[in-house]
Write a protein that binds this ligand. Structure first.
Ligand code: SAM
Length: 267
């Protein structure tokens, strides 16, 4: 079978990284695990040996021979043939996620995971993406992704994974990351508005918060002149002269709430 680049089909060959991922997830016989991307089943088989049940979502039906072989050996594996972005994950009832993700869906699938309840997710990403997930304020990696993820999960960088661990070898380095879901770090008045504020300010991460907000007012569905007026009226409540990349996640939460309450109250 010719592996598809478009589907991110770089299969994990180095058993040390399979072991590392499984160990980080601390799989026990009570765990129901979700995996995205069967490939040839390198992770699936090891998960099936330890977990109560493993659901694997795979898009490419050419991999059916691998699925059949695994399901005949392990009765606790079910392969769901679908696009992982289209599956209703809430119906599956898993508590852990372990996956060597197809990198082209890293961002939407991670946000989809975070909308669900789970204890721990151990996931393989492109190295640069992983660095942005763990990014801290005042670093080059600090981004919209860092804040959105750290808002309701702890992120731990497990290890860097070289291209030689896969076949075929990808052009980039990879990394294993562990996410532990927890209660949000701070209160948000309106999550959709918070996401809009993140989109707005991180488009101009080196500018001051004021400048970034005004230049991206459309992201928050506010007319530019009206936003200027609102910022002028609330300038004592927040330091709008700070640079976006220096704002800690909870400060961005505070900014979002102040803006939201002011905009709503003046509607
Ligand atoms: N788990 C295997 C391993 O570690 O060797 C395969 C990992 S490979 C990086 C990613 C897998 O995800 C491929 O088998 C690919 O066909 C599958 N895939 C790609 N896009 C997908 C999608 N949208 N939904 C489900 N599976 C997808």
């Amino acid at each position: 079978m010719k592996q598809s680049k478009k589907l991110g089909q770089c299969f994990l060959k180095d058993k040390n990284f399979v072991k590392k991922a499984i160990k980080s997830a601390d799989i026990t016989e009570n765990d129901i695990v979700l995996e995205v991307g069967l490939g040839e089943g390198a992770l699936t088989k090891e998960l099936a040996k330890l977990a109560k049940f493993v659901y694997v979502i795979e898009l490419d039906m050419r991999l059916e021979p691998f699925a059949n072989q695994i399901m005949s050996e392990f009765k606790n594996v079910k392969v769901i043939w679908n696009d992982a972005l289209k599956v209703d994950l809430k119906e599956l009832g898993f508590n852990k996620i372990v996956a060597n993700l197809p990198y082209q869906i890293s961002s939407p699938i991670t946000f989809k995971f975070l909308e669900n309840d789970f204890d721990v997710a151990v996931l393989m990403y492109q190295y640069e993406f992983a660095k942005r997930m763990i990014g801290k304020p005042d670093t080059d990696e600090y981004s919209r992704l860092s804040v959105s993820i750290q808002y309701n999960s702890d992120v731990e960088f497990i290890c860097k994974v070289p291209p030689t661990a896969f076949s075929p070898k990808p052009d980039v380095n990879s990394a294993i990351v562990k996410l532990t879901k927890r209660e949000p770090l701070f209160h948000i008045e309106n999550e959709e508005f918070f996401r809009n504020v993140l989109n707005a300010i991180f488009q101009h991460r080196n500018r001051t918060v004021k400048r970034a907000l005004i230049d991206s007012s459309h992201e928050m569905n506010i007319e530019r002149e009206r936003l200027k007026e609102i910022l002028e009226n609330i300038k004592l409540d927040f330091d709008f002269s700070e640079r976006v990349f220096k704002l800690a996640p909870e400060k961005i939460g505070e900014l979002s709430n102040i803006l939201y309450l002011n905009i709503i109250s003046k509607k």
